[in-house]
Design a protein around this ligand. Structure first.
Ligand code: ADP
Length: 464
C-alpha cells in the first residue's frame, strides 16, 4: 500500500505519542496507585498505633480510666474515619463510638464505601475490626477495637488527589497529541514540499530536459545530497547528450569526406572526364584506406570497450617494452626531427603486455603527431612502491583548457588537431583510458596550449 510521506510522518508521530501517553498512564496508574495504597494502609496502621498509645498514655498519667479523655480520643478517631470501642479487662465498655453516635458511624462506613466504588466500580470491601490490648506497667488493663472500612479506604482528600493526577495525565496526553499532530504536519509538510520539488525536477530531466536544475535548499543533509546528485546527473546527461551529438556529427563527417572524394573521382572516370591513371587510382585507394582505418579504429574501440575485457597478465619489464616501442617509432621521429628522451631502468610489472603496448603506442604516437619538428618528447618511469608512474611529456601544440575534459571521449579531436589533418579519429585516448582502468590504474593529463602536454599513468605493480 502506498502512502504519502506527509501522512506517514503524521501517523508515526501520533502513534509514538499514543504509545507514550498509554505507557505513562499505565505505569503511573499502576505504580503510583500501588504506592499510594501502601501509604494509605500504613497511615491507617500508624493511626491505630497512635490511638492505642494515646489511651495508654492517658491511663499512665491518671492510673485509671478517665471517661472524658477516652471520649475525646474516640471522637478524634471518628473524625479520622476510625470507629473505636474501649473496654476494660472485665469487658465493661468504657467508651464506644457506635453508642456515642450510631448514625455518624453508619454514615462514615457508607461514605467510605461510596468513595471506593466511585474509584473502583467492582470494589469489594467492608467493615473491618482490629483489636489491640492496652497495657499499664506491662499489665493488660483493657482492649480497644478499632473499626474501619477495609482493606483500605480513600477519604475525600485522597480521592481529590488521585483525580487531579488523572486529569493532569489526560490533559498532558491531549496536549501532546495535538502538539505532535501539528509538529508532524509542519515537519512532513517541509520535507515533502522539498522532495516534491526535487521530484518534479527529476521528472523533467527524465523527459529529456537536461538543462533543468534544482535550486532547492534544505537544512536536511540527505535532501541536499539528493539535490546535488540529481543536478550532477542532469549535468552529466547534458554533457553526454552534447558529446553524443558531436560524436554522430563527427562520424558522419569523417566518413563523408573520403566517400565524397571517392564518389567524385569515380564519376569523373565513369563519365570519361578523367583517365584512370595510376595516380588517380592511387588517390582513390588512399581514401579507401582512410575509411578502413576509421572502421578499424571503431572495431578496436568496441573490442577494448566490451565489458569483459580479458587481461592476460604476466610479469615483464616495462622499461624494456618502452625501449622496443621507441625503436619502432625511430624512423618517424628522426624524419620529423623530434628528440625523444627515455632513461630506462628495469621495472617489472604484472600486467597484460599486449594491452600495455597498445596504450604506450597511443601515447607516443600522439606525442609525435602533435609535436612540431624540432620538438622534444620525454618519457620517464617512477617507482611509487605499489604503483609505477609512466609520464609521456612533449612540448608540442598542447590542448586548450576547454578541450581538456573531453579528450578521453570517443571521436573527440581538438579543432587544432583536426585542422592539421593528422589523420587520427579521436579514439586512441579512449582506448588508452579503457586499458588503464581495466588494470585498476589511473590516467591524468596536464597541458598548456602551444607549450606542451604531459600524460601521467599509474599502474599497480602487482596482482590485485
Ligand atoms: P587521435 O587519433 O585524434 O589522436 P586520440 O584519442 O589519441 O585521437 O586523441 C584525442 C585528441 O586529443 C586528439 O585529436 C588531439 O586533439 C588531442 N591530443 C592527444 N594527445 C595530444 C598531445 N600529446 N598533444 C596535443 N593534443 C593531443
Amino acid at each position: 500500500m502506498e502512502i504519502s510521506l506527509r501522512r506517514k510522518l503524521s501517523l508515526s508521530y501520533i502513534l509514538v505519542v499514543l504509545i507514550c501517553v498509554f505507557l505513562i498512564s499505565f505505569l503511573s496508574n499502576f505504580f503510583l496507585e500501588r504506592q499510594f495504597n501502601n501509604y494509605v494502609i500504613q497511615t491507617r496502621k500508624d493511626k491505630n498505633k497512635d490511638i492505642v498509645s494515646s489511651l495508654e498514655n492517658h491511663y499512665n498519667s491518671e492510673g485509671k480510666w478517665n471517661y472524658k479523655v477516652v471520649e475525646s480520643i474516640g471522637i478524634d478517631a471518628l473524625e479520622n474515619g476510625l470507629i473505636i470501642s474501649v473496654k476494660d479487662l472485665s469487658g465493661k465498655i468504657i467508651w464506644d463510638a457506635t453508642i456515642y453516635n450510631h448514625g455518624q458511624c453508619e454514615n462514615l462506613i457508607t461514605h467510605m464505601s461510596k468513595n471506593m466504588t466511585k474509584r473502583y466500580p467492582n470494589w469489594q470491601g467492608g467493615y473491618t475490626e482490629n483489636q489491640y490490648f492496652i497495657t499499664y506497667n506491662l499489665n493488660k488493663i483493657g482492649v480497644v477495637d478499632i473499626g474501619y472500612y477495609g482493606p483500605f479506604y480513600y477519604d475525600d482528600n485522597d480521592l481529590i488527589f488521585l483525580n487531579t493526577l488523572n486529569n493532569i495525565f489526560i490533559s498532558v496526553g491531549i496536549i501532546s497529541l495535538c502538539l505532535s499532530l501539528i509538529l508532524g504536519i509542519i515537519i512532513a509538510e517541509g520535507l515533502s514540499r522539498s522532495i516534491s520539488r526535487v521530484m518534479n525536477t527529476a521528472e523533467n530531466i527524465s523527459k529529456g530536459n537536461y538543462k533543468e536544475r534544482s535550486s532547492e535548499k534544505s537544512n536536511i543533509k540527505e535532501i541536499n545530497r539528493l539535490i546535488a546528485t540529481i543536478n550532477n546527473l542532469a549535468h552529466n546527461l547534458e554533457e553526454h547528450e552534447k558529446l553524443q551529438k558531436r560524436l554522430t556529427a563527427d562520424v558522419s563527417h569523417e566518413l563523408r569526406t573520403p566517400l565524397t572524394t571517392l564518389q567524385g573521382h569515380m564519376e569523373a572516370i565513369i563519365d570519361g572526364v578523367w583517365e584512370p591513371t595510376i595516380e588517380r587510382v592511387q588517390s582513390c585507394y588512399e581514401e579507401i584506406l582512410r575509411i578502413k582505418r576509421l572502421v578499424g579504429d571503431l572495431e578496436k574501440l568496441s573490442k577494448y570497450e566490451s565489458e569483459n575485457l580479458v587481461l592476460n597478465k604476466a610479469n615483464f619489464d616495462i622499461s624494456e617494452l618502452i625501449k622496443n616501442i621507441l625503436m619502432n617509432f625511430e624512423n618517424e621521429y628522426v624524419n620529423k626531427n623530434i628528440e625523444v628522451v627515455f632513461k630506462s631502468y628495469k621495472q617489472v610489472i604484472f600486467a597484460d603486455r599486449d594491452k600495455i603496448t597498445q596504450m604506450i603506442i597511443n601515447l607516443i604516437s600522439n606525442a609525435l603527431k602533435y609535436t612540431q619538428s624540432g620538438g622534444k618528447v620525454i618519457l620517464t618511469i617512477n617507482d611509487l612502491k605499489e604503483y609505477i608512474e609512466i609520464n609521456v611529456k612533449d612540448n608540442g601544440i598542447g590542448i586548450s583548457k576547454e578541450n581538456l575534459p573531453y579528450i578521453f571521449e570517443r571521436f573527440y579531436r581538438t579543432e587544432k588537431s583536426r585542422n592539421r589533418e593528422t589523420g587520427g579519429s579521436g579514439i586512441g585516448l579512449t582506448i588508452t583510458k579503457t586499458i588503464v582502468s581495466a588494470h585498476n590504474g589511473g590516467i591524468t593529463v596536464e597541458s598548456k596550449l602551444n607549450e606542451g602536454t604531459v600524460f601521467k599513468i599509474s599502474l599497480p605493480k602487482y596482482d590485485n
